[in-house]
Design a protein around this ligand. Structure first.
Ligand code: NAP
Length: 287
């Protein structure tokens, strides 16, 4: 890559960002797409967020990603939102459109794309969603627009599960919803088609834990752990041992990044397929 006076800047803002794979992924995609662009990561303090956004506008940063803890707070500094970001109330991708900063959210659609890549149809399916944080919101709300039959939200903090349930009901009142904690005491495990772990359990420093035990679920159940580091979480290991179809979080990480590039460069699907090559690179970095 050579940097010159026409190189455009893209970046990630968050705190902490030191373990982020986004610079690796996006710089590799720029190379694949032949873009004269560079992607950096910035660790930002909350009280500097306004200055950072003003600075981005002043130096004409073309786009950026937003991660924890700014996915919601960033909204007040933006000039507009995509319909998905509006519904989710959270932004992970921002595009500079002629000086106006527009927020998008590619988390939910990135997740959904990976289901389609695995030939998984969620229509009329019963979902067990573990977690009610930012990622669970994106996934739960996206799934509620895709024809699922029911969703059980299991979360440590009940209030957050209640809020997510309300949002899902607003979007599609026909979905049967229920909530509980990670003990899953009130759930009929045999009915569950897809388990999605969207908690941080399984990720460093909780890598020796699993959010739930898999005994009692039907063999046809699909286990999707959106945690990608480690690649094989305790939950994924157990799913593999028990013969369930198991999917880890790397493909979602890649798909939501591809969708960010789609937002920034208006690339068509065929062109975006080329970005799948980045997966090989990720496998080297994520054990
Ligand atoms: P978040 O907003 O902080 O939410 C964290 C979730 O995990 C909450 O539901 C929280 O429950 C639960 N949790 C955390 N520690 C727990 C513990 N010790 N016991 C029980 N529950 C616990 O984070 P997020 O953005 O949703 O991310 C969640 C995970 O998904 C992370 O591991 C992240 O790396 C991963 N992720 C992956 C992708 C991908 O592309 N593959 C994308 C986004 C996120 P409470 O509500 O009770 O706090």
């Amino acid at each position: 890559m050579s940097i010159d006076s026409s190189t455009t800047l893209y970046c990630l803002i968050g705190n902490p960002i030191d373990k982020s794979l986004s610079p690796l992924i996006h710089n590799e995609m720029f190379r694949i797409f032949g873009k004269n662009s560079i992607y950096l990561a910035f660790n930002i303090e909350e009280n500097k967020l306004r200055d950072v956004i003003d600075g981005f506008k002043a130096i004409n940063v073309k786009g950026f990603n937003v991660t924890i803890p700014f996915k919601k707070t960033i909204i007040r500094y933006l000039d507009g939102l995509s319909p998905e970001a509006e519904i989710l109330g959270a932004v992970n991708t921002v595009k500079n459109q002629d000086g106006k900063l527009i927020g998008y959210n590619t988390d939910g659609e990135g997740f959904y794309k990976t289901l389609r890549n695995n030939d998984i149809d969620v229509k009329d399916k019963n979902i067990l969603l573990l977690g009610a944080g930012g990622a669970a919101y994106g996934i739960g709300i996206t799934l509620s627009t895709k024809g699922i039959k029911s969703i059980y939200i299991a979360n440590r903090t009940r209030e957050k599960a209640v809020n997510l349930e309300k949002e899902i009901k607003k979007i599609n009142p026909n979905i049967s919803t229920s909530i509980g904690d990670l003990s899953l005491r009130e759930i009929n495990k045999k009915d569950i088609d897809i388990i999605i772990n969207a908690t941080s359990i399984g990720m460093y420093p909780l890598e020796n834990l699993s959010p739930i035990e898999l005994n009692g679920f039907d063999k046809k159940t699909i286990v999707y752990d959106i945690v990608y580091k480690p690649r094989e979480t305790k939950l994924i290991k157990e799913a593999n041992l028990r013969g369930f179809k198991a999917i880890n979080g790397l493909s979602m990480l890649l798909e939501q990044a591809i969708l960010s590039q789609k937002v920034w460069f208006n690339l068509d699907e065929k062109f975006l397929e080329k970005a799948k090559k980045v997966e090989g690179l990720l496998l080297v970095y994520v054990e």
